[in-house]
Design a protein around this ligand. Structure first.
Ligand code: 1BN
Ligand code: ZN
Length: 333
């Protein structure tokens, strides 16, 4: 039995005993009192109004609807395999851009030289301005594996990250952020074309890290939070030893604040992914990735990476933990 399954069993027992320890997704709270109840003086059992730190920063509450995020995954997967240069990749770019109508968007188009030829690529960045000087980047890749370009739809690997970012865009749309600016980044060309090496992988991130180092953007980035393969119904986000320690700890604090810590850091390993080019230029980074996708990771990079392996709860948990991490960066850095 995995640790978090064991933890949920313990939680169930405690809940049966009448204790609420936040082991499952907490229900949304309501604060409205019945209209006819108007006590003249505060009584001991009426809790005093608490300041709402989420509202103070004008951030969305970490209480997203996982079914909505799952719908984005289904929409994305319906385009079919989405390797760079494919018609489905172009359709997905158009879909993302259509969802971002009314938001400030930058497209970073370039041509990548790969071991199997040159391919057009495009990093898409949605910008939500904040009052503080500094940027928090939330990133995830939207391309799928070139070597599996016939029958690999990447529901988890490519689909889940795209969907979480689309949900964050919807949550942030129209808000006047009091904290740092938030930039959502859909990276292209994360996957290797032949074999993962320093030069055959993370094409979009390498291109953008270089650009942001040259134009001075990199210095303004307070945190770079990467999500990858975070839809697995059995959510088990590993502790990546290549991520920045203080930001890794902050994610765990965010998960703990929401009662989701049993899904985090059950095991640790050193991950290569889109965060590495940014880490190399001194940006604080963290990679949220579940690399136990099926027993022994059997669904990873196979045609079995389909939506039936994902759950709305896992997508919601990751999105909520990202929102809470943003709040903690805003309030502590
Ligand atoms: C994640 C999803 N990755 C690729 N698809 C990154 C990765 C790189 C995973 C090397 C394992 C080894
Ligand atoms: Zn992959």
């Amino acid at each position: 039995m995995k640790f978090h399954q064991h933890a949920s069993a313990v939680c169930t027992l405690l809940l049966l005993a009448g204790m609420t320890l936040g082991c499952s997704r907490p229900a949304a709270t309501t604060s409205a009192a019945p209209a006819e109840v108007k006590p003249a003086v505060a009584t001991a059992d009426v809790p005093a109004a608490q300041p709402d730190p989420q509202a103070a920063a004008n951030l969305p509450k970490p209480d997203v609807n996982g079914n909505q995020v799952m719908q984005y995954v289904k929409d994305v997967v319906a385009f079919g395999p989405r390797p760079p240069g494919s018609p489905a990749h172009t359709k997905l770019e158009d879909y993302i851009l259509a969802k971002l109508k009314g938001v400030e968007v930058e497209q970073d188009k370039f041509t990548a030289q790969t071991p199997v030829g040159s391919f057009p690529m495009n990093n898409i960045i949605a910008k939500f301005p904040g009052k503080r000087d500094g940027i928090i980047v939330i990133a995830g890749h939207y391309d799928t594996l070139y070597s599996q370009r016939k029958n690999f739809v990447g529901a988890n690997d490519g689909g889940s990250s795209t969907a979480v970012l689309l949900e964050l865009a919807e949550q942030l749309r129209g808000r006047q952020l009091d904290g740092y600016s938030i930039w959502l980044l859909w990276t292209d060309g994360e996957e290797a074309f032949v074999k993962w090496t320093d030069t055959d992988s993370v094409y979009g991130s390498r291109q953008l890290a270089q650009k942001w180092q040259q134009d001075g953007t990199a210095k303004k980035i307070k945190a770079f939070i990467l999500v990858d393969m975070i839809g697995d119904a059995d959510l088990d986000i590993l502790k990546d030893t290549k991520s920045t320690p203080w930001l890794t700890d902050l994610v765990y604090k965010a998960a703990s604040n929401l009662g989701y810590q049993s899904h985090f850091y059950g095991w640790e390993t050193a991950m290569d992914d889109d965060h590495i080019p940014f880490a190399k230029i001194g940006v604080p980074v963290v990679d949220l990735i579940d690399f136990t996708y099926g027993y022994n990771n059997v669904f990873w990079h196979t045609p079995q990476d389909t939506v039936d392996k994902l759950s709305p709860d896992s997508l919601a948990i990751t999105t909520d933990v990202v929102l809470e991490t943003i709040r903690l960066v805003d309030t502590t850095r």
